[in-house]
Ligand binder design. Structure first.
Ligand SMILES: [Zn+2]
Length: 314
């Protein structure tokens, strides 16, 4: 089983380096590995860590976790820039003060082709964040860069979308203008949309739908389950990716607050509680295999068969 949208550490490394008493990374590594091992015992073999630049991606820390767990960890490249691009790339790029090709393109392509920061880990997905209701210059630039790297490498594109003020169709439309096929796009968090009509329209695009926040507050779990069963009933089984969007450590909230607010938000919530609920709603073994094995495999390898060792076409 693969969890297609998770995180290990979502944090601000600069803040923590300057205030090192806030969190001890070696303890965090140990804890993350233990949590993944618990998930392994329940059938989880792979997680996709969608932490990208802007969220604290730390390839060395992730590599330390990978050495301590049997769970495979797949990494992504990309940028999470809801408040505008960081200054290191803000002033150089198409139409910027230093008008030049976007340096983000080569950086992201290198993560995919050469590996991330000297580790053996090569990024397998591209990700960006879109919480906009209409495109601004930053979003247009990010989409253009992501689409360019996608066209060069073929790796799939994951968009963090806003399910509260649904904008998945905007993200798809921007990508389509750059020639990205919806079948190569994951609309992360779209499975939390409570407007059934909008969600059906999104699913009609053929893009993957991230039903990927199980265990989080915001939307009742019953809504998430009924979104899944409704979409399955409408023939969209092969587009759904179920996950938690969980992090072993996230510095946005104090640990005790997180535990009190979201006690089920962990890598083992789907196998422990959600899959039994989906079975009660009538999903069978074959459908569950499609959700947790075939769909992630097709997304990550471009292949629909069950052969081992597949690598992405790009
Ligand atoms: Zn996420």
């Amino acid at each position: 089983m693969t969890l297609a949208h998770e995180h290990l550490f979502v944090w601000n490394p600069e803040f923590h380096r300057n205030h090192p008493t806030l969190w001890e990374p070696s303890v965090g590594v140990e804890r993350a590995a233990q949590e993944l091992e618990r998930a392994y015992e329940l059938g989880i073999r792979t997680i996709v860590d969608l932490t990208v630049l802007g969220q604290g991606r730390d390839p060395q820390l992730i590599a330390q976790v990978a050495e301590k767990t049997r769970v495979n960890i797949i990494l992504a490249t990309g940028i999470y820039a809801l408040e505008g691009l960081p200054q290191i790339v803000r002033y150089r790029g198409p139409g910027e003060i230093l008008d030049m090709p976007d340096p983000l393109v080569d950086l992201m392509e290198s993560d995919i082709r050469d590996g991330i920061a000297g580790t053996r880990a090569k990024a397998a997905l591209l990700k960006f964040a879109c919480e906009h209701q209409e495109a601004d210059p930053t979003l247009r630039r990010v989409v253009a860069a992501i689409a360019e790297v996608h066209s060069r490498t073929g790796v799939p594109v994951v968009v963090h979308t806003d399910p509260v003020r649904p904008n998945a169709l905007l993200a798809l439309d921007l990508l389509a203008k750059h020639g990205v096929d919806p079948g190569d796009v994951v609309l992360a968090h779209a499975g939390d949309i409570t407007d059934a009509g909008y969600l059906r329209e999104v699913a009609g695009s053929g893009a993957y739908i991230g039903c990927d926040r199980f265990g989080m507050v915001m939307v009742p779990e019953g809504q998430r389950i009924s979104n899944v069963t409704d979409l399955v009933g409408r023939g969209h089984l092969r587009q759904l990716l179920l996950s938690h969007d969980c992090a072993s450590f996230i510095d946005h909230f104090p640990e005790d607050v997180r535990q009190a607010m979201m006690p089920d938000w962990s890598y083992d919530h789907l196998p422990l509680r959600v899959i039994p609920a989906l079975r009660r709603e009538g999903l069978n073994n074959g459908q569950l295999t499609t959700l947790f094995e075939e769909n992630p495999r097709r997304l990550l390898t471009g292949r629909t068969d069950t052969a081992q060792g597949a690598t992405h076409a790009g």
